[in-house]
Design a protein around this ligand. Structure first.
Ligand code: ADP
Ligand code: MG
Length: 347
């Protein structure tokens, strides 16, 4: 019902950038290789996303607006091993309950597509339409029917900068896909697919920054991790040894001469999912200790890969928080890997 949808929207849809995030993740889950985003008025007036993914048939398109109908969670075990970015089946119903939404979609196997219009959660139009394969979703007048939430939005330029940072994050994580972000008539990001994460770095940050970045890579088996002994009170109980599996780190870290005044240039991904995590930031701060001043920040592009059971991504619906099953191990391995990379690069 609409009340439940609007309550869920409070969790999922904080601001225009959270709408962009959900739509972008859906396009990536749909296998899109080209994603174009257009916004107006910092996303308050319009967010439109066009993808060339696998699209939806009419029944699936209608089902997508039923809360939890598309949830990929079948058992509580699934919570710990989620391979796609979306998993709650909550985003589209939530967004549709607090905005005017237009969906145009066509699956490859269908002759024609489907056009759906929804306002404040009410379906206004469902019709067949001649459309290209893929999906276009337009969100207009975000929070038009929830004035209390609308009041909390920041200025258009602030909301736009959040959107731009977010799209940049995803473009960095998926170098082999084409991303575009336009605000009204201005192109903020045009990033055609490239061959490597290093090429993407160059493409987005430019030559000067790319020249000051050092590649870093390492991997470690979770079972060989110098793991802590089971705590004494657990020794006789059913202490479970960790499952095998690798923690892999790859990416780029900046040389000491490249310093930033805030942490906006620290990009961290776990299994291709963008995260903001205090533990990882702390590990990086320790790696750079006595290398850059404590008041400044490095530029970091770090990809962590680990078995899904080693990381819980279900902490919050907005999904930028994660919980590691073995936080100390992850923390120390990041710190030591980055520190070693920095030391080896010393002149
Ligand atoms: P979730 O991503 O958690 O499954 P959403 O509410 O974000 O839930 O999306 C609901 C469903 O709609 C998805 O599971 C997917 O099947 C479908 N869907 C949404 N966006 C797209 C898209 N751009 N292309 C194809 N299918 C999509
Ligand atoms: Mg989703």
């Amino acid at each position: 019902d609409q009340v439940a949808n609007q309550i869920a929207a409070g969790e999922v849809v904080e601001r225009p950038a959270s709408v962009v995030k959900e739509l972008l993740e859906n396009s990536l889950d749909a296998g899109a290789t080209r994603i174009r985003i257009e916004v107006e008025a910092g996303g308050r007036k319009l967010i439109r996303i066009v993808d060339n993914g696998h699209g939806m048939g009419k029944d699936d398109a209608l089902l997508a607006f039923e809360r939890h109908a598309t949830s990929k969670l079948r058992t509580s075990d699934d919570l710990l091993s989620i391979a796609t970015l979306g998993f709650r089946g909550e985003a589209l119903p939530s967004i549709a309950s607090v905005a005017r939404l237009s969906l145009e979609t066509r699956a490859a196997e269908d002759d024609s597509g489907t056009h759906i219009e929804i306002a404040g959660g009410n379906i206004l139009t469902v019709e067949d339409a001649g459309l290209p394969i893929g999906t276009t979703i337009a969100i207009r007048d975000l929070f038009f029917n929830t004035p209390a939430r609308r009041k909390f939005l920041k200025s258009e330029s602030t909301e736009l900068s959040h959107i731009a940072a977010l799209v940049t994050h995803y473009a960095l994580a998926h170098f082999n896909r084409h991303f575009e972000l336009h605000s009204t008539t201005q192109a903020l990001l045009v990033a055609p697919a490239v061959a490597s994460a290093g090429d993407r770095l160059f493409q987005i940050f430019g030559r000067d920054t790319a020249a000051l970045m050092i590649p870093t890579t390492a991997e470690m088996d979770f079972t060989r991790a110098g793991l802590p002994e089971p705590p004494p009170w657990k020794r006789e109980l059913d202490y479970e040894a960790p499952d095998p599996g690798f923690l892999r780190i790859s990416g780029f870290v900046s040389k000491p001469e490249l310093q930033k005044l805030n942490r906006n240039s620290v990009y961290v991904f776990v299994n291709q999912r963008l995260i903001r995590d205090r533990l990882v930031l702390h590990a990086l701060t320790e790696a750079y200790r006595n290398i850059i001043p404590p008041s400044s920040f490095p530029v970091v592009l770090l990809f962590l890969e680990m078995p899904p059971h080693e990381v819980d991504v279900n902490v919050h619906p907005a999904k930028t928080e994660v919980r590691f099953r073995q936080p100390a191990f992850v923390h120390d391995f990041i710190r030591d890997t980055v520190r070693t990379t920095l030391m080896q690069a010393r002149p």
